[in-house]
Design a protein around this ligand. Structure first.
Ligand code: SAM
Length: 216
């Protein structure tokens, strides 16, 4: 089955990739390593690696079938700055050590991780995954590295959009530990890890880009 095409497709990618790209173009540094957590199909990271040829991109996911899909998108794109995906579970307290080891194994400096990108994960996972993400991100990011999150959030000063309300209900009915997160709770966990909120950017379809920076 060597020639089997394992590439998967997420419909949301077609809708959100360009808006996310626009925000990343305004905030990512010009060189270094960008780690993507929960790369899913791998479509985003393949697109980002194409648009940011001077950055090294390291994709990851917890799911074996997603890792296959990411590898398939990588093979198809033949991008030198897109690395082999690595298995990472945000519930594993030592995921930051796994990243450092993986980078060292391919001759990249573990101290050069200038940004972490995470798209549409924290609401489709238990809250502990957000806590694990923040704890590990603070250990992996160089100073002053960026953490970029994209997805729907509940904002204290804004009513929840009906589409997000319905989405939240459907998530919770699928798994009671899932659900759209309150931005203030995510900010609190990030701050506890030394990640300081830089800005939020309103995105199409009631989503947000949220950017943190690691402080010393
Ligand atoms: C809705 S998908 C989003 C995938 C991709 N970022 C995108 O936007 O198309 C959620 C992803 O989170 C990953 N995920 C869930 N729990 C995780 C965990 N504990 N650690 C790492 N990734 C996880 C899933 O495997 C899946 O790829």
């Amino acid at each position: 089955m060597e020639n089997m095409d394992c590439r998967q497709y997420a419909p949301a990618f077609q809708r959100n990739c360009d808006p996310i790209l626009t925000v990343l173009q305004q905030c990512l540094p010009s060189q270094g390593i960008v780690l993507e957590i929960a790369s899913g199909t791998g479509e985003h990271v393949a697109c980002f690696a194409h648009h940011f040829p001077h950055l090294q991109w390291l994709p990851s996911d917890v799911s074996p079938s997603h890792l296959e899909s990411i590898a398939a998108w990588r093979n198809q794109g033949r991008l030198e700055n897109l690395r082999q995906p690595i298995a990472l579970d945000m519930l594993n307290p030592s995921w930051s050590d796994q990243v450092k080891l993986a980078l060292a194994n391919v001759g990249l400096s573990p101290t050069d991780v200038v940004a972490i990108v995470n798209i549409n994960m924290i609401h489709i996972a238990p809250w502990e995954v957000t806590m694990g993400l923040m704890a590990g991100a603070a250990k992996v990011l160089s100073f002053p590295g960026l953490l970029y999150l994209y997805g729907p959030f509940i904002q204290a000063d804004q009513p929840m959009a009906p589409s997000n309300f319905a989405f939240d209900q459907s998530l919770r009915s699928r798994d009671s530990t899932w659900g759209i997160r309150h931005l203030r709770d995510v900010v609190t966990v990030a701050t506890q890890q030394g990640l300081i909120l830089q800005k939020t950017v309103a995105m199409p379809a009631n989503n947000l880009s949220v950017i943190w920076q690691r402080c010393l």
